[in-house]
Write a protein that binds this ligand. Structure first.
Ligand SMILES: Nc1ncnc2c1ncn2[C@@H]1O[C@H](COP(=O)(O)OP(=O)(O)OP(=O)(O)O)[C@@H](O)[C@H]1O
Length: 811
């Protein structure tokens, strides 16, 4: 080791959590320590030494202050990785419990603490004096097990159950093949209770944690191998002694910048920015020979992958000032959020190269630039339908009704970006029910032409119309480019002399297009995006989940010139939702099948979480007023609890809690009227509330109230969904489509998705309530869990006794 050289000091996954839990004064000392260490690790005051005292051992300790020590792995040269910060009393005894290895399956560096008495260890804070209240998932998990309504404590199990190890069906060799850390194998095969298992995985490497919880969930060896281990296995042979090579592998979850440690100390650290899961990292960095798609259940980090992908592509652009990357999504407020987060992730240099705009706005800009249309006013579907009705009345037309024509125009003509009568004769009408003849198609086409002229004359248009027009404009542009390039190839230099300026400026606007929330885009949107970027390597990158489709847009990408075959991947580990919420939310999806944006089906197989918390609470009331009263009480109680927890986290010496996170609470209801009522009631009880509008929440620091739609893409620690009643979820108006089974089925599926989206916004706590009769989407037991308006009667749902009940069984 060179004595004069400066050192690099990185932070290993999970060590940041320990730092965040430390009292402020200790954090200050860690802050000074990392500066000094990087400048000169040999500084005498730092006492850098091999922990065992044996020369050449990798695990070192260094002095942070009188009481605390840093545990460091020496990787090679002056490269160190900070793996833990501990009180000195917890460092020097029983050294054998600290283990590190290069995982032979993934090739990543792992550090762990093997604690025999796991149950006790799990309940302790990371270090003496540390505040554990604001802790990240593990901290939450430990606290949550105290809830009486949650899983029964381990001690309630009978002696017979205690003695059978949870993973008795597996061999050491199988666990090893799945990537469980060698040092934890004996304990993993010994644990007999859920508590012990959680104690064990708290300080285990992430892969071990994921594998063990999945097996305990009842998944088979093969399933875990497929869903968890294979996606992160090293692609090259692993040398278990080469720590430098291991440091560079995606499986080593380590920060790259020195400033990351500072951010962890200052509570500005965002894990998503640095600790990508190896499966996420692979998707971000890969070179794709064409369009690629990433799917995955809610909270699996699709948006995070899209953000990193954009930053990765931006960093590889040739020097310049053009915005060569388009990053788009469906909603305006989500585009604003992406802009903020990309800046946070990549800084101004990256943000300057990226156009971030929601898809409809992009379409509007493209149309406006051509000057083809003049000033127009937007109308929504309701207003467009009234225009149809007026037109048919004026024409005395009775063969077709307005509702049918509007749907045909939206779903078939605009929906598939059909731009000529001839194309309409050929258009697929899948999902439209009633068959129509060629002569009838001719009649419909004529009426649609009349209708669009009528809107033109009145200066009106719909978003779908603009998307279709923009797609047409851009497709014409792409054809011109192709013609130009063909000519250029034929005529070469000769042609350049005769170039008109307009031809010389022909180019695709973007080199790369990245799309978030892909499930909600319409065929016209896809046609537009396809024409904005040259077909080729890394052209289009899409992330989305069709289970979360909440607008009436369906697309078959391959029929739109976007071929993702062989370039599709799925993320399966949720970073947002607890296992309990995830299981219940999956139950809301029923037995439906979902498409994969490409004429085939999509599943959520393997979708899982390693976080845990209380089971969702589901309650019924006789009337909406009774439900409202309970809702307000719940929200007030959550706020009280969070205030008390924050107060308890204040150190004994009055020191501020180390991690002060404002608890975010969301309240979703099915209708706009209910939003108003909830907001008023909360305000009356002195709870600060704000509605979520089209641009997002009107106030950050308040309880957010909105319709189910408005919660798309958002995230809350505590989430209440009220009014999940018959007639409201799904809304009774879907019954008007009873005679058209395809349409009816589609409307029902969308309503399920909407409830699924709202339920999966919750991180820790989820409450679902209803009045009258429960929504048919709530599993059968909902009615049995019903209470009455008389307060305490509303009880949590009956709980299945299984250790980790399968998805959907939790209600
Ligand atoms: N590698 C990671 N490390 C830490 N946190 C992560 C990671 N990946 C994602 N997250 C966190 O998980 C949460 C969900 O991520 P994200 O919003 O990207 O998921 P999503 O799949 O797009 O969700 P949805 O489909 O529900 O909108 C966020 O809080 C995000 O910061």
């Amino acid at each position: 080791m060179s004595v004069q050289g400066k050192a690099t000091l990185r932070l290993l996954d999970k060590a940041d959590k320990e730092i965040r839990k430390l009292p402020r004064s200790v954090k200050g000392a860690v802050y000074d320590f990392q500066y000094k260490f990087r400048d000169n690790p040999e500084l005498p005051g730092l006492n850098l030494e091999s922990l065992s005292g044996v020369e050449g051992e990798r695990l070192h300790s260094a002095r942070i202050n009188r009481e605390y020590r840093a545990l460091l792995l020496h990787v090679g040269n002056n490269d160190y990785v900070l793996v833990a910060v501990r009180h000195h009393k917890d460092v020097y005894e029983n050294l054998d419990r600290f283990k590190h290895q290069i995982n032979p399956v993934t090739g990543g560096i792992e550090f762990m603490e093997v604690v025999e008495s796991t149950t006790v260890r799990a309940a302790e804070p990371a270090a003496p004096g540390a505040a554990d209240a604001g802790a990240e998932p593990e901290g939450r998990a430990a606290a949550d097990t105290a809830e009486p309504a949650a899983e029964p404590p381990a001690s309630s199990e009978g002696p017979a159950e205690r003695s059978t190890p949870l993973l008795a069906d597996y061999t050491k060799e199988q666990l090893r093949e799945l990537g469980v850390a060698e040092a934890l194998l004996p304990l993993a095969l010994k644990v007999t209770t859920e508590e012990e298992l959680y104690g064990l995985v708290e300080y285990a490497p992430s892969l071990t944690e994921d594998v063990l919880l999945r097996l305990a969930d009842g998944n088979s060896y093969e399933e875990v191998l497929e869903a968890v281990t294979r996606p992160v296995a090293a692609s090259d042979p692993v040398d278990p002694y080469d720590y430098s090579a291991a440091l560079a592998r995606p499986a080593t979850r380590v920060t790259s910048e020195d400033t990351d440690i500072q951010e962890a100390i200052e509570d500005r650290f965002s894990r998503w920015k640095v600790f990508l899961h190896p499966a996420q990292r692979k998707l971000v960095r890969r070179d794709y020979r064409g369009p690629a798609r990433v799917s995955g259940g809610p909270g699996t980090g699709k948006t995070i992958v899209a953000l990193h992908r954009v930053a990765h592509l931006a960093q590889r652009l040739p020097k310049g000032r053009n915005k060569d990357i388009l990053f788009t999504t469906f909603n305006k407020n989500l585009a604003a959020d992406l802009r903020k987060r990309l800046l946070e992730l990549g800084g101004q240099a990256v943000a300057d190269r990226v156009e971030i705009v929601n898809i409809d706005r992009l379409a509007t800009q493209i149309v406006a630039e051509t000057g083809r249309t003049g000033r127009r006013r937007w109308i929504d579907d309701g207003k467009a339908l009234r225009e149809w009705e007026d037109m048919l009345t004026e024409l005395g037309e009775t063969r077709w009704d307005a509702e049918f024509l509007h749907a045909e125009w939206n779903q078939v003509i605009l929906g598939q970006a059909v731009s000529s009568r001839a194309d309409y004769f050929r258009a697929r009408r899948a999902g439209r029910g009633k068959r129509i003849s060629r002569a009838q198609r001719a009649e419909i086409w004529q009426l649609v032409e009349r209708f669009t002229m009528r809107l033109d004359e009145k200066g009106l248009w719909t978003h779908r119309q603009v998307a279709e027009l923009a797609a047409r404009i851009q497709a014409e542009q792409a054809m011109k480019i192709a013609a130009f390039e063909e000519r250029q190839e034929r005529e070469g230099a000769q042609m350049l002399q005769h170039l008109e300026q307009s031809w010389a400026n022909l180019r695709y606007p973007y080199r790369h297009v990245v799309v978030d929330e892909a499930q909600d885009l319409s065929p016209a949107h896809w046609k537009l995006l396809r024409a904005l970027v040259r077909e080729g390597d890394n052209d289009l990158f899409l992330v989305g989940d069709t289970h979360q489709r909440i607008y009436d847009n369906y697309a078959s990408l391959s029929s739109l010139g976007i071929n993702i075959r062989g370039r599709s991947a799925r993320l399966t580990l949720s970073y947002r939702t607890t296992r309990q919420i995830l299981g219940s939310a999956l139950g809301l999806l029923g037995e439906e099948t979902w498409d994969n944006l490409d004429d085939s089906t999509e599943t959520l197989a393997g979708y899982r979480s390693v976080l845990r918390g209380p089971r969702p609470d589901i309650r019924g009331f006789d009337t909406w007023q009774g439900e409202l009263d309970a809702l307000v009480e719940t929200v007030a109680a959550w706020q009280r609890e969070d205030r008390e927890r924050a107060a308890a986290a204040t150190g004994a010496d009055g020191e501020e809690p180390a991690e002060q996170e404002q608890t975010a609470i969301g309240v979703a209801v099915p209708t706009r009227d209910m939003v108003g009522e909830v907001e008023q009631r909360l305000a009356r009880e002195g709870v600060r509330a704000a509605t979520i509008g089209p641009d997002g929440p009107r106030l950050e620091d308040a309880v957010h109230v909105g319709t189910l739609h408005r919660f798309k893409g958002l995230e809350y620690q505590r989430m209440a969904i009220a009014g999940v009643a018959e007639g409201l979820v799904p809304h009774r108006h879907v019954e008007q489509y009873r005679d058209d089974p395809t349409r009816h089925g589609r409307e029902l599926q969308r309503a399920r998705s909407l409830l699924f989206v709202a339920a999966t916004r919750a991180r820790d706590t989820l409450s679902i309530t209803w009045h009258g009769s429960p929504s048919p989407f709530l599993p059968g037991g909902a009615a049995a869990g019903s209470g009455t308006e008389n307060a305490a009667a509303g009880t949590g749902a009956a709980v299945d006794g299984a250790l980790f009940p399968p998805g959907g069984a939790l209600f």
